[in-house]
Design a protein around this ligand. Structure first.
Ligand code: CP
Length: 342
């Protein structure tokens, strides 16, 4: 695909070589994410960061990624602080805000809303999550993390075995990640959820048509015995029409250290797109896993910075100029001695 000026709305836009390009560009961003170097390659550029639904890591990591490339960030967070509450359409909002920005990132609770917005935008729009539909940048950072974690174990994405657990019906990160995994060979995906929260049939069918070995399960223990990755997700209570219905499913598939030790292979990687629900009635990923070296959840968030920097650099066509506009850092940097994902 031609990244320059492109909207990033769905992972369906990507072929294997496009994913490889994002990943190699993300690798090249590590010195800047770690503040070993600074770059001003996007000096003067403005990101419009528009989040009409709650977010911590996606919103802040888009903003930080843009700042790390030298650009400025303008934020709109929540309907109540935008003219959408006065009845302005998303399209008019796009026409206005694309006059102020060089690229826009957007999250919105309705499926398809970011694509509708992008149609009226004069600048590239990146989907930060639209309803239950897709979360393409999360899927890219998840796959980037999977690739790095497997590399350490002498494996690669071809031949991967992954268990995806939780609310697969509403989980947009799962919807996007399963589509990306379909680009690879010999992948086995075990879907573990309550029957009512199964992955939509259309996505399962597409995966099978692409050659993925899809197994559907409703019980945790046997499903995590022989997998490279356990990918846990939260019950997406904001997608249910009433909270009582979400309560029926909360806490059904909990992973803690005792269950991990009993059922998983010793080197199974534990992932979660976050936020994990740490309330006692949910606790899908227990805090007692925090010292487990295979818990990759904060490596995922670190990697998100690299992947989002890569996407900005590709969409704004500066990927090959980042180093030219770089310099040494001037301040004490506690990250100097660390690697981002280790
Ligand atoms: N993973 C993710 O989308 O997290 P936030 O909701 O905090 O952005």
């Amino acid at each position: 695909m031609n990244f320059t000026g492109a909207h990033i709305l769905t992972v369906s836009q990507f072929q294997r070589e496009d994913v490889d390009r994002v990943f190699s560009t993300a690798d090249s961003m590590e010195p800047y994410a770690l503040r070993k170097r600074v770059t001003r390659v996007l000096e003067g550029a403005i990101l419009g960061n528009m989040f009409f639904e709650a977010s911590t890591r996606t919103r802040v990591s888009f903003g930080s990624a843009f700042n790390l490339l030298g650009g400025e960030v303008r934020e709109t967070a929540g309907f109540e602080s935008s003219a959408l509450v006065k009845g302005e359409s998303l399209q008019d909002t796009a026409r206005v805000l694309s006059g102020f920005s060089d690229v826009i990132c957007m999250r919105h609770p309705e499926d398809g809303s970011v694509a509708d917005f992008a149609e009226a935008s004069r600048v590239p729009v990146i989907n930060g999550g639209d309803g239950s539909n897709e979360h393409p940048t999360q899927a890219l950072l998840d796959l980037y993390t999977i690739r790095r974690e497997l590399l350490d174990k002498g494996k690669n994405i071809n031949g991967l075995s992954i268990a995806m657990i939780g609310d697969l019906r509403h989980g947009r990160t799962v919807h996007s990640l399963t589509k990306l995994l379909s680009l690879y060979d010999g992948v086995r995906v075990t879907l573990v959820s309550p029957r009512e929260l199964s992955l939509p049939d259309g996505i399962v069918e597409s995966m099978r048509n692409a050659g993925v070995d899809v197994r559907i399960r409703h019980e945790l223990a046997k499903s995590i015995v022989d997998v490279d990755i356990v990918y846990s997700t939260r019950i997406q209570e904001e997608r249910f029409s009433n909270k009582q219905e979400a309560d029926l499913y909360r806490g059904k598939f909990r992973l803690n250290q005792a269950i991990y030790t009993q059922y998983c292979q010793p080197n199974t990687v534990i992932m979660h797109p976050l936020p994990r629900d740490s309330r006692s009635d949910a606790n899908e990923l227990d805090n007692d896993l925090d010292d487990n070296p295979n818990l990759a959840i904060f490596r995922q968030t670190d990697n998100g910075l690299l992947v989002r920097m890569a996407l900005f650099a590709l969409v704004l066509d500066v990927a090959d100029k980042v180093e030219k506009f770089s310099a040494d850092v001037n301040w004490y940097n506690s990250r100097q001695s660390s690697k981002i994902t280790r």
